[in-house]
Design a protein around this ligand. Sequence first.
Ligand SMILES: [Zn+2]
Length: 389
Amino acid sequence: MRSEHQSLLTSLLTQPTAPFREHHVIQWVTALLDQNAIPYFIDPIGNIVVGATSKTDFQRLLHAPSPEPVRVFIAHMNHPGFHGVRWLAPNVLRVRWHGGSPTKLLSGSRVWLSTAEGWAGEGVLRKVTLHPKGYAIGTAEVQVKMSQVAVLRPGAKSLFGGFQFRKPVWKSGAKLYTKAADDLVGVFCIVATALEVFAKCSQKNRPPFIGLLTRAEEVGLVGAVGHFELGWLQAASRAVICVSLEASRTLPGAVVGKGPIVRLGDRRTPFHADYSQVLTELAEQVLPKQHQRRIMDGGSCEGSAATAYGFPTIALAVPLGNYHNQGLEGGPDCRGHLGPAPEFVHLGDVEGLRQLCLALMQSQLSWYNPWRQVTARLQKNYSEYQKQL
Ligand SMILES: [Zn+2]
């Protein structure tokens, strides 16, 4: 990975985020887009739409006569975390958790706190109650470090947070450990692709690129669904392909360090067979023997929402260690099996993901004839065996 990309990724992974509390990621992304004169606007849900200056401009792209499908790359800007509910004592904050989480060794774990303005301090989890279904934290108390209480003037409800480790992000060998790779890695790849695609374009040859950076995915794909509910994409007169990008729980055949994953489906649904074939052939060309390919059914992603709304969808993922901060793979700063742990990704996998996003922007890919090579092979085989019929 180029050093400028590595520093961008590191800086993004440092941003605090939680469901409905994406302010810092939004500020980071929009500042970078402004610096590079890349068009974007904020949709009524609060998602960032990269690649168009307004709803009208977006519609112009969706109605431009062109055989090139508009690629709508989707990633989410949040990560599981908590919201402050009320102060129980001058240094004890009641919190409610949103999204997945570790379920063991929680009491005494370190957490960070932030407001919309910035980092607000650190605390320790106590009195944790799991969600009735047992898969994640429901509510807890955060004992805020006494020395920081004076700084923590903000009202309880303006505070949010998540698990804290030695640093928000650090590198060890080719791995990046962080409080939250899911799905800031996807956001990074979309922004890095936009930087490249828009650097080369002129007013006349506008790229068929949209980045949809969503909110509150972790509580049920809220930002993506809100966007689809607007009905803008459905009204397109031009072909649209959704491309879901995720950091996704490792599975057999989808391991950290072996390359990005052509995600054929998620827990809910397989994705578009024809366009997944285009992606499969592209991955073989761009990253021969350096990518993986499978149904990633460890979780569902925004690709299943796109599919449910009727959009042809393909997906890519980067293999993610310690998914949702659960100590599944262990490693540094892990409190023990299923206890809090930093998520980790491999820099080579992230770079591969970025390269595949860029490759998907090539013009004249075989969207309209994806099985040509496969049928040619089958026909050759058929004609060889025909005489034995
Ligand atoms: Zn997630």
